[in-house]
Design a protein around this ligand. Structure first.
Ligand code: ZN
Ligand code: ZN
Length: 344
């Protein structure tokens, strides 16, 4: 028997109905882009650990229901009023930097990444766990031809974070650079570090990560379950930079003594506990600790083009949008190899 459906909404979204609640896959009307915005037909969206802010309500001021997702790749679908420079059908993406006001003190200094009203997709507005999304035009990145949608997605957060942190770390080709943690961020950090011409040390937990890190481009693997990583780094001459990707303040604290003179601990992995360091550890050898957050859309384009050119790729597990809950659980389990991407 034929059924008549009235007012069927034409797109699927995976939303978090309220803080801590399970994902719901629901239908919604396709959103209309406003002034200064574009609509994207989403093709792929990475599932990032930072989606936990939306899932659990750990970011202040989130309005629910909210659609997470800040590793979005798709096609320009409609330009809002006043938007130029893009054509319908062109590939585009949005990462963690989801827009800036252009008028606050930081923006007037040109420091858009520290905009006082910076927007984040999936937090400030609905992100990429849906078939169509709307984003401010200043947040958009173009996607080079040599990368598939799925390949490009994780590079828009995990990729840009490690690429941009390393290229601003002060390390020069030939320097000893350690990557702490072999996970979603770390497996990309090792590849970038190798392509940047560093002497690359991967630090992981357990012997089983060793062969993989060598394949990704590490010259030395330190298993910090059985080896004191700080001592091992000193034996190699001391690290110029340690890119701390593991979300473990304890692990970060333990490797600080592995820094050489003028060495820097570059922090990109995040947890709530404090990093422990004594003034003596910092003053001896003029060491520094610096944090780094992703980057701007132009940095994302650099990341994508560099990856296209150099062959850096995330290792990816894909799930259909309908299985967003499963995909998110897989990412949270820490067992994914290594990035999880939703396809629409
Ligand atoms: Zn992210
Ligand atoms: Zn601003």
């Amino acid at each position: 028997m034929a059924t008549t459906k009235v007012g069927v909404s034409p797109m699927k979204v995976a939303q978090v109905p309220k803080p801590g609640a399970d994902f719901q896959v629901v239908e919604r009307e396709i959103p209309k882009p406003g002034a200064g915005e574009m609509r994207i037909k989403v093709q792929a969206c990475g599932v990032c650990h930072s989606d936990v802010f939306t899932k659990e309500g750990w970011w202040p001021g989130i309005q629910y229901p909210r659609v997470p997702g800040h590793e979005v790749v798709g096609l320009v679908d409609e330009l809002g009023p006043g938007v130029s420079g893009w054509t319908v059908g062109q590939r585009t993406g949005v990462g963690w930097h989801g827009g800036h006001d252009g008028t606050c003190l930081q923006c007037r200094r040109g420091d858009f990444g520290n905009c006082q009203n910076m927007k984040i997709p999936g937090i400030s507005y609905d992100g990429g766990y849906q078939q169509y999304m709307v984003a401010p035009v200043e947040a958009l990145t173009s996607i080079p031809e040599g990368l598939t949608d799925v390949e490009a997605a994780p590079l828009l957060c995990a990729g840009i974070t490690t690429y941009n942190a390393l290229r601003h770390s002060g390390a020069m080709p030939g320097d000893l650079v350690a990557v702490l943690g072999v996970g979603g961020l770390g497996h990309l950090g090792i590849q970038f570090a190798n392509k940047f011409g560093y002497r690359v040390v991967a630090i992981g937990r357990g012997a089983e990560s060793g062969p993989l890190t060598k394949k990704l481009g590490a010259h030395v693997y330190i298993d910090n379950k059985v080896t004191n990583a700080a001592e091992a780094l000193q034996k190699l001459g001391g690290a110029k930079v340690i890119l701390a990707t593991a979300p473990s303040s304890k692990a970060m604290s333990e490797v600080i003594d592995g820094l050489g003179p003028n060495g820097k601990l570059m922090v990109v992995g995040v947890e709530a506990k404090p990093i422990e360091v004594t003034p003596v550890q910092l003053v001896t050898g003029s060491r520094t600790i610096q944090g780094w957050a992703a980057g701007l859309p132009a940095d994302a384009e650099d990341t994508l083009r560099f990856s296209e050119l150099s062959g850096v790729r995330a290792m990816i597990e894909t799930y259909p949008l309908e299985k967003a809950a499963e995909a998110y659980a897989r990412m949270m389990s820490g067992n994914a190899q290594f990035r999880v991407v939703l396809t629409m």
